[in-house]
Design a protein. Structure first.
Lengths: 236, 295
């Protein structure tokens, strides 16, 4: 019951914050739909290129809609002393964070689903051949990114810097997943391939199961351990 | 029955001891005031009592439970009004109370909580449009939502106008009358003196005075002040006095008796003690006697 209340709070605040919706919904969905549509229409191998780029843009959705969004939301509430007030309620610390994480994952999954349909209609990108694997990769991937985003707030000194601090993560994830076609030396490609966003794209694009599952499990565990250092109040 | 028990409590921030060896007990249904200047450690103490911080030393028990380890259980019975906590500025007062009801076991109806806090007229107002005093009332409404047995109020009336302050005192008295234990911090001495039956005064993280309000004040004695008649040598008075501006001040355990002695002495000499003021000790005297005070 209380977890549901924390979940509802996160969801209510997400959809109320119109300015943030532009950054966390319009931009990533625009990229995830727009780039495949562009590829479909400008290259000769249209459908293949559009499919590849769409799979890559999942990394963008995960790094913006999940990671950046939760980091911005939690640092904002931390600095406004809302998290402190929540801790005077009946919610446990774990429930406060779990509610927010679950809410962020829901937003992401909904936007991925929306984008998947949109690129099917607008760019002929076929629906995923293995919908269960696709769904599992997206849900687990966004859960891991949400945990990591929550843990990452410990490194963000002030709320107004939250978006800037998540920028490198977004860039690395996008480049690593091939959503930004930048030529990379082999070692860099290997390194970026270890990102959880890359694991999700590998599962979706190549049908890999074991390696992405292990990758996400490792990142998820690391994120949960890092939550030990979560700060509930701004630095004095 | 003891509602709050604190033993040897200590907390440091980066080597700075904010709270040192603090011990006290608060009985069920009692109003207990924690007094002190800014930075004396009151807020840290409240944060330790409510389980928001983990003590470095000592123990806290609220109805026998550890507020850090058993926070969820303690919260079922406690209401907390922090000195400073955030709201969602775009929610209305009523929406804020409803949202908070979701985090509260068996909450009061939102309207009832707003009524108690005297905020019913503002139910439809967005939080960002409330004045400082109204936000404080909303803080109080949220703290009362869960019908707490124990209420922690960190400077509950700061920012309120005199009417708000009186209303809040009334609410606190009524709650205590119905058995709610109240621990409040304040630097309004009048507030503590009017509400609390016992107190602890903190200075530099330590408790420097504590006990029942009446006994603590009685132990301080009182004072008799008057304008020294022209040409009278203070040394010739029957009781020792100190000078405060143009006033002679006599401190005495029994200020009434001291006043009588002085008046009898004056009458015998045909003198008049102008501006005579006899008063029992107040918290202000106690406060001003703290080390480091500037009189």
């Amino acid at each position: 019951m209380t977890l549901a209340a924390a979940y509802n709070l996160g969801t209510r605040l997400f959809w109320r914050d119109k300015a943030m919706l532009f950054a966390s919904v319009v931009t990533p969905v625009g990229l995830a739909v727009g780039m495949p549509v562009l590829m479909r229409n400008v290259t000769s191998e249209g459908v293949t290129a559009a499919t590849e780029i769409f799979q890559g843009t999942l990394a963008i959705l995960l790094s913006i809609t999940t990671f950046m969004n939760i980091a911005v939301a939690l640092t904002g509430r931390r600095d406004q002393l809302v998290l402190k007030r929540l801790r005077t309620s009946r919610l446990t610390d774990a429930q406060i964070l779990a509610g927010q994480i679950a809410s962020t994952v829901t937003q992401t999954v909904a936007l991925v689903a929306l984008s998947t349909v949109a690129v099917r209609v607008l760019a002929d990108v076929p629906f995923p051949p293995d919908p269960v694997l696709y769904a599992a990769a997206v849900v687990l991937g966004s859960a891991v990114m949400a945990v990591l985003g929550a843990a990452y707030t410990a490194a963000i000194p002030r709320a107004e810097l939250a978006a800037a601090y998540t920028m490198p993560v977004f860039l690395l994830a996008a480049v690593g997943a091939g959503a930004m076609p930048i030529p990379l030396p082999g070692w860099a490609g290997t390194l970026l391939g270890l990102l959880p966003t890359s694991a999700v794209v590998d599962a979706v694009a190549r049908g890999d199961v074991l390696a992405p599952a292990l990758n996400l499990a490792a990142w998820g565990a690391a994120g949960l351990v890092a939550l030990r250092w979560f700060r509930w109040e701004p630095r004095r | 029955m003891t509602a709050i028990q604190v033993r040897g409590l200590g907390k440091s921030y980066g080597g700075f001891p904010a709270v040192r060896d603090v011990s006290f007990e608060v009985s069920q249904g009692e109003i207990f005031a924690l007094l002190g200047r800014n930075g004396s450690g009151k807020t840290t103490t409240v944060e330790l009592l409510t389980g928001l911080r983990r003590p470095d030393a000592g123990t806290v028990r609220v109805h026998g439970l550890d507020p850090v380890a058993d926070r969820a259980a303690v919260r079922q019975r406690t209401g907390v009004m922090l000195q400073e906590a955030g709201f969602f500025p775009d929610l209305t007062v009523a929406q804020t109370v409803d949202t908070w009801g979701g985090f509260t076991a068996a909450p009061r109806p939102g309207g009832e909580a707003l009524e108690l806090a005297g905020l019913s007229a503002k139910a439809g107002t967005r939080v960002r449009q409330l004045s400082g005093g109204e936000k404080r009332r909303l803080d109080l409404a949220l703290a009362l939502l869960g019908r707490p047995d124990v209420l922690f109020l960190d400077e509950p009336t700061t920012g309120m106008d005199p009417e708000g302050r009186r209303d809040t005192w009334q609410v606190i008295r009524e709650l205590a009358g119905r058995g709610t234990t109240v621990l409040l911090t304040t630097h309004y001495l009048e507030e503590a003196q009017r509400l609390a039956s016992s107190l602890a005064v903190m200075d530099a993280g330590r408790i420097v005075a504590s006990g029942g309000m009446a006994e603590t004040l009685a132990a301080r004695g009182g004072r008799v002040a008057f304008r020294l008649p022209d040409g009278v040598d203070p040394e010739s008075l029957p009781l020792p006095v100190t000078r405060e501006g143009d006033l002679a001040v006599c401190r005495a355990d029994d200020p009434d008796l001291a006043a009588q002695t002085l008046l009898t002495w004056a009458a015998g000499r045909g003198l008049r003690l102008a501006g005579l003021e006899v008063r029992a000790a107040t918290l202000e005297d106690l406060f001003l006697d703290l080390p480091g005070s500037v009189r």
